[in-house]
Ligand binder design. Sequence first.
Ligand code: FE
Length: 218
Amino acid sequence: MAKTTCRLLLVTLLLAGCSSGAPLGVTSPPAAETTPFSSPLPEAQPQPTPASQVPAPADCPATLTPAQMEGPYYTAGSPERPVLVEPGIPGEPLLVTGVVMNSNCEPIAGARVDFWQADGAGEYDNTGYQLRGHQFTGPDGSYHLETVIPGVYSGRTPHIHVKIFASDGRELLTTQLYLAGISEQIPDSLFNAALLARDEEPDPTGRRHISFDFVVGE
Ligand code: FE
């Protein structure tokens, strides 16, 4: 009788083990991970990152745009106009766009951006305002200049002069822009590769389009 009882007990124990959802010794996962009352999935979304760890946008310059000399050909009081191209001015058409921002990459609206340059033959207009003009940045800090590719003069490689003023009139930056593929070709001790504009896709008319974002101290 004792032997039969032991067999019955063994069968009973085996059956009980098969009907269980988990083998002995394995702990079921906490209900909170699988029930509707557990932490909902949306909490897995990125948590706010401390400001000190927020990465700068990939296209956000970390340093101020280098300043360069004003040179001898600046004339104050240029007209407000984004289009400097006029009939008869020598030079290939050029579109220059970009933004003015502070070192935190925040756009500066209402900044006055003053451009002046030589024409395609390397000549400045020092009696009038040909190829001279200023404009004010938009709410997004943007500017838009329509001009010509400047030529070479007295050993200077092609460049475009720029002055930027805050809306209260403070001068924020004086510098020069250079054109890739052109400005590096001519020896010029003032040339600075950090001031090379980016080449963009030509606009629908085939005009060369370059861009440059100015980072200025406020
Ligand atoms: Fe110049």
